[in-house]
Structure formats: structure tokens, C-alpha cells
Design a binder for this molecule. Structure first.
Ligand SMILES: [Mg+2]
Length: 148
């Protein structure tokens, strides 16, 4: 099971009013992930464009950070191998799965921007960009991650 993780609108409100809000939902996510040790994490957030994998891992508690195994490729590097059109983030995720040889593996994308994915995609779990992760979304996430 792989969790493709967005940051803005998930780990904090999409619009943060202060730096102290950044990553404020991280403890909530980490508590779910500790209940699901079989889950590996791949970063799909735009934060991957300006940070290395070790820098992204360091944003999390060490026991969760080591479970971040990669970042999705950038759209400009995969657009020629996909017919996904405007569903950019889903195309990046599927390219990562292809390149990793893991296309048959179950996965969940946690994201606040559903228009970056094909409509009604069952793998997408949507958070509210106004709040980021909530207990309610985490309850669904827990079920999905345990479902594999
Ligand atoms: Mg987002």
C-alpha cells in the first residue's frame, strides 16, 4: 500500500495565515500512519519541486520520515508518456508506479485538489483546503489504508 501525499490543503490549510500553521496537521497524519506500518509514502506535493528527498523526510518525525520512499516525477518529464490530459497529479502518480514497477499495488492519494485527478477516482481521498486534514478524513484514511 502506497500513500501519495500532498502538503498544501492537507498537512495545513491551503492558505496559511502564519508560519506556525505550516504542517500543523502533521501529528494527525502521523498517528494514522503509525497504526498502518505497512504503508509507504511518496510525496506528490509541489513541495518536492524545491526540496530534496532527505529535506522532505526531515519535515516529519524520524519514524515516519524513513517511510517516505520517493517523490513523484514532474509533469514536464512524464507528459509524453501519458494520455491523462489535465489530470496532472494522477498522471505523475501513475508514472511513478510504472517507473517503480508497482502498477498493481493498491494506493491512496491524499489531496485537496480533485481536479488534478480523473473524476470519481476511487483512489483519491480529498481533504478540505480550508482546514487541511481533519479527524473525519483521518477516519476514512485509516479504513482505506487498512483495506489492502
Ligand atoms: Mg494541495
Amino acid at each position: 500500500m502506497i500513500l501519495f501525499l500532498d502538503f498544501d490543503g492537507v498537512l495545513h490549510p491551503a492558505v496559511c495565515t502564519s508560519d506556525t500553521e505550516l504542517l500543523c496537521r502533521r501529528p494527525l497524519l502521523e498517528s494514522v500512519l503509525r497504526e498502518c506500518p505497512q504503508v509507504e509514502i511518496v510525496i506528490s506535493s509541489t513541495w518536492r519541486e524545491s526540496r530534496t528527498l532527505p529535506q522532505l523526510q526531515a519535515l516529519f518525525s524520524p519514524d515516519v520520515g524513513v517511510r517516505i520512499i520517493g517523490i513523484t516525477p514532474l509533469w514536464q518529464d512524464v507528459q509524453d508518456e501519458t494520455s491523462m490530459g489535465t489530470y496532472v497529479r494522477q498522471a505523475e502518480i501513475e508514472a511513478w508506479l510504472r517507473h517503480a514497477g508497482r502498477t498493481w499495488e493498491p494506493w491512496v492519494a491524499l489531496d485537496d485538489q480533485p481536479w488534478l485527478f480523473r473524476p470519481f477516482l476511487p483512489n483519491l481521498l480529498r481533504s478540505d483546503p480550508v482546514t487541511g486534514l481533519t479527524e473525519e478524513v483521518c477516519a476514512t484514511l485509516r479504513q482505506r489504508l487498512h483495506g489492502a
